[in-house]
Design a protein around this ligand. Structure first.
Ligand SMILES: [Zn+2]
Length: 326
């Protein structure tokens, strides 16, 4: 009888400081089953690995069985695909260097690929999302932090030490706002979630125009977007200023690397046209002449969490198979 490969699925895992999500994904990128739990419930990484492994095995057994799973892909902040370790993560409960890949592999008995969240997001966009079919593109994740990943000729550019893509900490305003990294005037201190709220407060002080933002109990990019949708002029101006800075910073990035497209993802990208229109306008005004009108600025088509689970599944297919029972 002809033998055929029954390993038609992988497991994608997305670890963030808030939530750990794990899913069984088939070769076409269909999520067959997905579950999650709070990462902070497990301040001891050994407990975390034990619980995650047990949960993955249970999900797998309920969805076709262990023997149908080829491998596991994991997305985690501060993870190195070179060492297979999480290295000194600032926003995770576990300190130091953690060999997560080896820990999970030894516990579950399947090959495990690990990479950082910016790379995984880009892999998700490349395999299943807005960058599908592109070789040279930039993915920018816009949240509290601003991350980026640059794919050149179909490969992620990691840099000499693996730190490539720290777009959020490039300086855009001389003697500008103090940034969490210790420098002044970083992109993140204007375009990150906290930076946008600071811009809103500055505008409210500068102007005596009426605004829904004046009565709001608290402000966030999402709340400000809601006010934009109601036609609030000052709220629209917040994103106009944000987009001006983002567009100029992206123009510098694009002028250096000549991408086909820049894909915006993350919570702040949900501001949609309020952010994208002024960003595109400023981008076109500042980008190198030969690139004008040639670089697409796109919004991600994928839901953020779905994209990272799918990106992790794409990584899983790229690692060599492994079995404890060979
Ligand atoms: Zn900074």
């Amino acid at each position: 009888m002809e033998e055929y490969n029954i390993k038609t699925k992988v497991v994608g895992v997305d670890i963030s400081n808030e939530t750990t999500t794990y899913a069984v994904v088939d070769i076409r990128g269909n999520i067959l089953a997905e579950e999650s739990f709070a990462t902070s419930d497990y301040p001891d990484v050994n407990n975390f690995v034990t619980v995650l492994s047990d949960k993955i095995v249970m999900l797998v057994e309920a969805n076709g069985g262990y023997e149908t799973i080829r491998s596991i892909g994991v997305s985690c902040p501060s993870a190195s695909s070179v060492s297979g370790c999480i290295e000194n993560a600032a926003n995770l409960p576990w300190k130091g260097v953690i060999p997560l890949s080896a820990m999970l592999r030894d516990r579950i008995g399947l090959a495990v690929g690990l990479s950082n969240d910016a790379h995984i997001s880009s892999l998700g966009e490349y395999t299943f999302g807005s960058a599908h079919g592109m070789k040279n593109f930039i993915v920018i994740s816009l949240g509290v932090g601003i991350g980026s990943c640059f794919f050149s000729a179909g490969q992620e550019h990691q840099g000499n030490l693996g730190y490539a893509g720290e777009f959020g900490h490039t300086c855009i305003i001389e003697k500008g706002r103090k940034c969490g990294c210790g420098h002044e005037g970083c992109v993140e201190s204007y375009v990150g979630a906290n930076g946008i709220v600071v811009t809103a407060r500055e505008l409210l002080e500068e102007s005596d125009k009426p605004s829904l933002m004046r009565q709001a109990e608290r402000l966030s990019p999402k709340i400000i977007t809601g006010f934009c949708n109601q036609g609030d002029e000052l709220a629209i101006e917040v994103y106009r200023r944000t987009g001006y800075i983002l567009g100029r910073a992206l123009a510098n990035y694009a002028s250096l690397v000549d991408p086909e497209a820049i894909i915006l993802t993350g919570g702040i990208s949900h501001a949609g046209k309020w952010l994208v229109d002024p960003t595109s306008e400023s981008f076109e005004a500042h980008v190198f002449g030969n690139l004008k009108g040639k670089v697409k600025i796109l919004l991600s088509k994928l839901d953020d969490r779905e994209r990272d689970v799918l990106g992790a599944s794409a990584l899983a297919w790229s690692v060599p198979e492994y079995s404890l029972f060979k």
